[in-house]
Ligand binder design. Sequence first.
Ligand code: AMP
Length: 199
Amino acid sequence: MATASHRTVTARRCSITCSETGRQSESGFFDVLEYRHTERSLETALARVTFLRRAVPDWHMSTIFSQIVAGDIPARVVYEDETTMAFLDANPLAPGHTLVIPKDEYERLNDVPEEVAADLYATLHRLVPAVEEAVDADASTVAFNNGEAAGQEVPHVHGHIVPRFDGDGGGPIHAVAGEAPDLSDDELDDIAADIDGRV
Ligand code: AMP
């Protein structure tokens, strides 16, 4: 195995290929040790992950963000309290692009207990002006990709604060969904009543 002098860890949707048998796991979210040197060393790392999963059936691989919380991998942390943390996105869409997370691992907003959700919002509320001011932004887009179909890649709730600048060429939040549906007043009433009945 090639020795890696530098490595990054990144969460990605992939399948794991065992370098010995060539067998592939089904596709899933894995926190992958990515060696920058050779394909072969990456495969070896992936095979090791497979081995760990097989050896310990109930073994839960913590998300990349839990590893940041634990201090196991580096991040540019900009804020931390008892239940939440914020750090710069490793692949920023704009200078200052920041992620805000609950320290405990919940996959979707739907899974976050109310007290933690309140803490999360409080941290977002503190961070938005700080981020905007730090990079002299004109505005910011604040959003959660909530679930795989919405583009969520890391299965650990995180709010994106993306600083925005006049004329930056980006779109509004309305640009993220597919084709807008043509709903009648009755349909809108039904949907509103249905949501209302569930909260
Ligand atoms: P999402 O598509 O909403 O799940 O976004 C995941 C975000 O996490 C992406 O913007 C990635 O750039 C970011 N990300 C992945 N790994 C790391 C990491 N180790 N440190 C900071 N940000 C990361």
